[in-house]
Design a protein around this ligand. Structure first.
Ligand code: ADP
Length: 261
């Protein structure tokens, strides 16, 4: 019977090992698929603005546009698309740097209200142009946090980009700052398509994109939220998501307050 017990234990260990190997391989295969999708998504993401830029630049170059208003519109499309291209390339580079552990942060005591205010000023024209109601609700006397203002800006801008991309009929984006006493929260709130409970667990994974339903046509690379999470992690912060399909999403960046201040 001793032998029987030994065999049973060995069998159990074997089963566990096979299950473990199966899971690991499955995970690797899924990641390989996501990576392949990523490459094709990036190509699409880069191609669209490039096509628009060359089309409008050519039209202007050939002096085909006589109307001054139209000319202005075309120049503005070119600069908008060039900006978009720059943002995509930057986020890919930052993502790669972060993955390699080579991204450096410049931590300083800052007031997140200033960061949010700057972003609001920069983006309100653009968002209102797209038909969005864009609002900010800043808490006064916000405690300072130790943060890299540029990186936190990048994280918030990524969340705003998503809020815009994944909105449907109700075009509303709100930026909020909140103080809890030991941390400061920045919220980016939308009334868009929302995220199902299952997908909420996965959206921060690199390359992951919700591919079903309505949003199939929305372009993206699937690295935005993983970049946001990496930035927040590097600040010893946390990122939270509250979302309901069809109702909207709230992304919450929570950073500890700077106790030396
Ligand atoms: P992407 O480049 O696809 O936007 P992200 O990493 O930024 O990549 O987001 C991952 C996925 O999470 C998106 O593909 C989308 O399905 C979902 N998502 C992100 N933000 C929102 C949002 N505000 N509302 C609904 N879905 C969102």
């Amino acid at each position: 019977t001793n032998n029987m017990i030994l065999i049973a234990i060995l069998l159990l260990v074997l089963i566990a090992a096979v299950m473990f190997a199966y899971r690991a391989v499955k995970k690797e295969l899924e990641l390989a698929q996501l990576k392949a999708d990523f490459v094709s998504n990036v190509s699409h993401e880069l191609r669209t603005p490039l096509a628009l830029i060359s089309m409008f630049a050519e039209t202007l170059e050939l002096d085909r546009v006589k109307n001054d208003e139209k000319k202005k519109e075309y120049y503005s499309i070119i600069s908008q698309e060039a900006n978009r291209l720059g943002r995509i390339v930057n986020s890919i580079l930052n993502f790669a740097k972060m993955e390699a552990g080579k991204r450096k942060f410049n931590f300083e005591s800052i007031n997140l209200n200033n960061v949010v205010e700057n972003i609001y000023q920069t983006y309100s024209y653009h968002l209102q142009n797209k038909g969005f109601k864009f609002e900010k609700q800043l808490t006064e006397n916000l405690p300072e946090v130790k943060a890299d203002a540029e990186a936190i800006s990048e994280a918030i801008i990524n969340l705003i980009d998503n809020a815009v991309k994944y909105s449907a009929d109700l075009k509303e984006v709100t930026l909020k700052t909140i103080s809890t006493g030991n941390s400061v929260i920045v919220e980016v709130i939308d009334k868009g398509i929302g995220i199902s409970p299952e997908d909420q667990k996965k959206v921060f994974d690199k390359f992951y994109r919700v591919s079903s339903g309505l949003i199939h046509n929305v372009k993206g690379t699937g690295i935005g939220l993983s970049l946001v999470k990496q930035i927040v992690d590097a600040h010893n912060g946390t990122i939270e998501l509250v979302s309901e399909p069809g109702k909207g999403s709230t992304f919450r960046i929570i950073l500890p307050i700077d106790i030396n201040n």
